[in-house]
Every structure is written in structure tokens, then in C-alpha cells.
Design a protein around this ligand. Structure first.
Ligand code: HEC
Length: 132
């Protein structure tokens, strides 16, 4: 019984530090490219920025799909599909997979902002999202 608990708690500790490492390792990569320091405040502003690059008079922002309250599920602006909450405080799976984060930054920055996000912007956004 005691042994089983020990194994379990060791596993969860390892999983926890892997998750933290994944996000921190992305931020370290950005810093190696010359970005940083990262700011929660800047990230918050970027999250709320409204872009009108489509030329169709319709604006776009990150909240279009992820919603305004990040602790609640969002809804995809195009497909209407449910998107699980972005806030790691209610959705611990968030910001744990570096590949996934980069993949979606690529797509979402393009769709929302009409361009790729810079390492500085991504770092700020991650610091902001991390705190939600
Ligand atoms: C057109 C809809 C849409 C918009 C707008 C959008 N996203 Fe997303 N985003 C998604 C979908 C779909 C996923 C993947 C499904 C999921 O993770 O629930 C996702 C996932 C992510 C993830 C991965 C999170 C993780 O670790 O699980 C990040 C980071 C992210 N989005 C950031 C942004 C940022 C920053 C913006 C604004 C620049 C933005 N998104 C705008 C649809 C959108």
C-alpha cells in the first residue's frame, strides 16, 4: 500500500515537472532568439487586440474562438465546435505540449492577426495564459 502510494506520487511529480519544463523550454528558446523579458500585461493586451486585416469589415481577436472568460469553454468562430477552456487553472492539459502550442500559434496568429506572431509576442501571450 505504502509502496503503491510512493510510485504514484513519484509519477505525478515527474509528470508535473515535465509539464513545467515544456512551457519553460519554449520560453527559453524564444529568449535564445533574442526575445524577452516577457510580460503578463503585454500578453493580456495582445490577447485582446482586434485586427481588421481581412478587408471585409469584420474584426478578429483571440477571443473569437476562445471566448472572453478563459475559464469557460470557447466556440470556434467558423465551425461552431466547442473548445475546452484555455485557462490551465481549470484545464491542466493546457500549455503542456510544446509542439501543440507552436502548431496552434502558427494557425491562430495567421487567422487572427494575418501574420505570424513574433517570439516576443508568443512569450508574452504564454506568460499571460499561464496565469489564467
Ligand atoms: C478561429 C478560431 C481560433 C482563434 C481565433 C484562435 N484560436 Fe487558439 N486554438 C483554436 C483551436 C481550434 C485550438 C486547438 C483545440 C484546443 O486546443 O482546444 C487552439 C489552441 C490554441 C493553443 C494551444 C493551447 C494548448 O496548449 O492546448 C494556443 C496557445 C492558442 N490557441 C492561442 C491562441 C492565440 C494567442 C490566439 C490569438 C492570436 C488564438 N489562439 C486564436 C482556435 C482558435
Amino acid at each position: 500500500m505504502k509502496m503503491r502510494y510512493l510510485v504514484f506520487s513519484t509519477l505525478t511529480t515527474v509528470a508535473g515537472s515535465l509539464q513545467a519544463n515544456s512551457l519553460e523550454s519554449i520560453l527559453t528558446t524564444y529568449e535564445a532568439n533574442g526575445a524577452g523579458p516577457f510580460s503578463v500585461q503585454q500578453g493580456s493586451e495582445q490577447w485582446q487586440r482586434v485586427f481588421t486585416h481581412t478587408g471585409k469589415g469584420k474584426s478578429r481577436s483571440c477571443g473569437d474562438c476562445h471566448g472572453q472568460d478563459l475559464k469557460k469553454p470557447g466556440r470556434h468562430a467558423k465551425t461552431g465546435k466547442r473548445i475546452e477552456p484555455m485557462a490551465p487553472s481549470v484545464n491542466p492539459k493546457r500549455l503542456t505540449d510544446a509542439k501543440k502550442i507552436e502548431k496552434w500559434f502558427k494557425r491562430n496568429c495567421k487567422w487572427t492577426w494575418g501574420r505570424t506572431c513574433t517570439d516576443q509576442e508568443k512569450g508574452d501571450l504564454l506568460r499571460y495564459l499561464q496565469q489564467q
